[in-house]
Design a protein around this ligand. Structure first.
Ligand code: PEP
Length: 249
């Protein structure tokens, strides 16, 4: 069974000085936990966060990554740049990027492949909107989105992949999917991963994201196919991160 990953998505919050203060506070407050922690910070914060967390077990990563290796791609950040500062992860295909930046699953697949080629672990996000859930089409939709978002990945590189199921209706809304909803989708995604990557599927971490907080994280992460959480709002305060990490002990 894969380890539990607690991945913290700050989104567009925290200036570099706020980020540094958060990382310094966390490094002194970290409880005993069996979970791996990773802070997914805005790009401008990453150098400071990586340096403040050096020597702790907490990893860091980006919220997006370029599909390209280097060159004339103004505003983008490459896998090599992230690797160079010691970042381990990059979120790809978050629903906010799919919606506000028109990222297609094809683009997400290119980004995931570029991340892996440059030594960065992509956290590939998938998940349905409320309309699809209400029609009862959420499993077929999300499994198809996963297939399309992984299209460029080689069999061997899949060992490094992380998948996050984030139902859009539960992100930032306070509406959490039930632990059973999370498990049902994670099991369907695992089954798909088994057919795509039979050698690695059982080791791939599948996270749930959507209004996770200290009060619900333990139950969600106790589900057999859920190997952690991607947390937005509840990641901003150190105290809440400490409580979540302690709940996963
Ligand atoms: C997210 O944006 O990845 C997320 C899960 O946000 P929240 O925890 O705030 O719902």
């Amino acid at each position: 069974m894969p380890n539990i990953l607690l991945a913290l998505n700050w989104k567009m919050n925290k200036t570099p000085s706020e980020a540094r203060a958060w990382a310094e506070e966390l490094s002194t407050a970290l409880p005993q936990t069996s979970a791996q922690l990773a802070v997914l910070a805005p790009a401008i914060d990453l150098v400071d966060v990586a340096s403040a967390l050096k020597g702790t077990p907490v990893q860091c990563g980006a919220q997006d990554i370029s599909a390209h290796e280097s060159g004339a791609y103004t505003g983008e950040i490459s896998a090599a740049m992230l690797s160079d500062i010691g970042a381990k992860y990059a979120i790809v295909g978050h629903s906010e990027r799919r919606e506000y930046h028109a990222e297609t699953s094809q683009k997400v697949a290119q980004k995931a492949a570029a991340a892996l080629a440059g030594g960065i672990v992509p956290i590939v996000c998938v998940g349905e909107g409320l309309d699809i859930r209400e029609k009862g089409e959420h499993v077929a939709y999300t499994v198809a989105q996963l297939q399309d978002s992984l299209e460029q990945l080689s069999l061997s590189s899949a060992a490094q992949l992380v998948v996050a199921y984030e139902p859009i209706w539960a992100i930032g809304t306070g509406k959490t999917a039930t632990a059973q909803d999370a498990e049902d989708m994670a099991a369907a995604l695992r089954q798909e991963l088994r057919s795509l990557y039979p050698a690695h599927a059982d080791q791939i971490q599948i996270l749930y994201g959507g209004s996770v907080k200290p009060a619900n994280i333990a139950e969600i992460c106790a589900q057999p196919n859920v190997n952690g959480a991607l947390v937005g709002g509840a990641s901003l305060e150190v105290a809440s991160v400490v409580d979540m990490a302690a709940a996963l002990r």
